[in-house]
Design a protein around this ligand. Sequence first.
Ligand code: NAP
Length: 280
Amino acid sequence: MARKLDVPGVALITGAASGIGRATALSFVQGGCTKLALLDLNEAGLATTKELLEKAISSAGGTPEIGTYKCDVSSPESVASAYAGVKASFPRIDYAVHCAGIIVFAGASVDLSVDDFDRQNSINYRGLWLCSREAIKIMRTQALDSEAYPDNHISPVRAQRGAIVNISSGLAVYAQPNCPAYCGAKAGVLALTRCDALDYVADRIRVNAVLPGIVDSPMTNPNPEVRAWLEANPVQHSPMKRFGEPEEIADVAVFLASNKASLVTGASWSVDGGSLAGYT
Ligand code: NAP
């Protein structure tokens, strides 16, 4: 279970209908959050996540305030509208974790269509940027958490206006066959994370990336063939020789968002059972 957050503030999660995004929302709740904004294209999945969170918060004696927002992160209009909805319902955003993403197992560059290339970039890279800049716009105008939550006694040094965690991938720094557009998009997320970390450090907004290895989620189970290939190849070649659990990514994302990580910004945290260590 995730440790308690110093500030159980408002958490926003994209891709919250499934996998790592849903687990991240639950990890924030275990950390004490009761106010969460959940964004995804998949409305049925969002409703399930909301129900899970409401049960968890209520059984811990809290009062859930969960907003769900249908949002296509690849559409600037859809992103703007979802964030306007979040802004109308919540007083601030303390934590934003960007998990929405896709992978298309469509072959090497020559076999990859322009449409599949563009789709992966428009969701994984451009879409994350669209969401991240909306979060930054809101965070920049809000008070430091030490002022917004005086009862939580956040020290001035560790105070933050907000914290962003971008879910990239180990494939940002090492390759897997047949994933050129996905690898490129995730490397873009890493570069964007570093730039935003520098650009908003004076605003006391921290921006970090998490680089998961192969995680057991719907993304890694599109059909039996892909699943078997992943299990026999990258998973078996990773030092821990197992899939990661979405909760193992979620707990690191929540830690990076929290004041406990107050000196961490512009970092890329591998959560991959030792895979990156094996490649370097
Ligand atoms: P997942 O279970 O498939 O969750 C991804 C979520 O993003 C789904 O709910 C999906 O909705 C949503 N989504 C897709 N396109 C969207 C769009 N245009 N707008 C808004 N939401 C959209 O996958 P996951 O494993 O949790 O992946 C979460 C993140 O971790 C992704 O960024 C992924 O690249 C990254 N990651 C995953 C792994 C892994 O092994 N699983 C490894 C490294 C990094 P639908 O269900 O409707 O598609």
